[in-house]
Design a protein around this ligand. Structure first.
Ligand code: ITT
Ligand code: NA
Length: 199
């Protein structure tokens, strides 16, 4: 069966393909870019789960295939959870990872370590063409560096150092990141539903 990855974020697609491959699902995984005629859905939800469901339903309806979607972001304790659902456009232009990261570091300034706690959050949603839906969430807690380090991954990876690690998410390998990440946790928790419902 075809399973649509309802995202246009290349970093997410790379990670999702690896996480789902490890699960041994039989599906043919097809990204949203294979359906250029389907417009991007407006992310009008106020939670990661709402936005992930909006994206999954839009692709499932438009394609007639089961679809999974990821809504995710970085939540900084001292900023009351911001940028949160606004992580992809924190500096104004959607998807400008460098500008978003630079602005966040500037906003934190030299705030010291105990106050640099943050976490990545991910909502993983499955939607079927008949409207059936499931959504689960995962988190990765850590501390924000004062300067970026590492070239792996995407987005805010160069500044988040997971708790219990001495390297950032951009310094560890893609496999190590998937083992501990918000996205790995959320999608591994969604796999039984995919296997049961999206056969
Ligand atoms: P789609 O909606 O097409 O999936 P998007 O990039 O717009 O792509 P989101 O609205 O979920 O997706 O925004 C997620 C943002 O949060 C993303 O742009 C990154 O900046 C950040 N982010 C999410 N997961 C991350 C991760 O694993 N590592 C670093 N940054 C991450
Ligand atoms: Na979003």
């Amino acid at each position: 069966t075809r399973l649509i990855l309802a995202t246009r974020n290349a970093g997410k697609i790379t990670e999702l393909r690896a996480i789902l491959a490890d699960a041994g699902l039989p599906h043919e995984l097809v990204g949203a870019d294979a359906y250029p005629e389907v417009p991007d859905v407006k992310e009008t939800g106020v939670t990661f789960a709402e936005n992930a469901l909006l994206k999954a339903h839009a692709l499932a309806q438009a394609t007639g295939h089961p679809a999974i979607a990821d809504d995710s972001g970085l939540c900084v304790d001292v900023l009351g959870g911001a940028p949160g659902i606004f992580s992809a456009r924190w500096a104004g232009r959607h998807g400008d990872d460098q500008a978003n990261l630079d602005l966040l570091l500037a906003q934190l300034g030299d705030i010291s370590d105990p106050h640099r706690a943050a976490h990545f959050a991910c909502a993983a949603a499955l939607a079927l063409p008949d409207g059936t839906e499931r959504v689960v969430e995962g988190q990765l807690r850590g501390t924000l560096r004062t300067a970026p380090a590492g070239a792996n991954g995407f987005g805010y990876d160069p500044i988040l150092q997971p708790d219990g690690h001495d390297r950032t998410c951009a310094e560890i390998s893609p496999r190590e990141k998937n083992e501990i990440s918000h996205r790995g946790k959320a999608f591994r928790a969604l796999i039984p539903a995919i296997a049961e419902l999206a056969g």
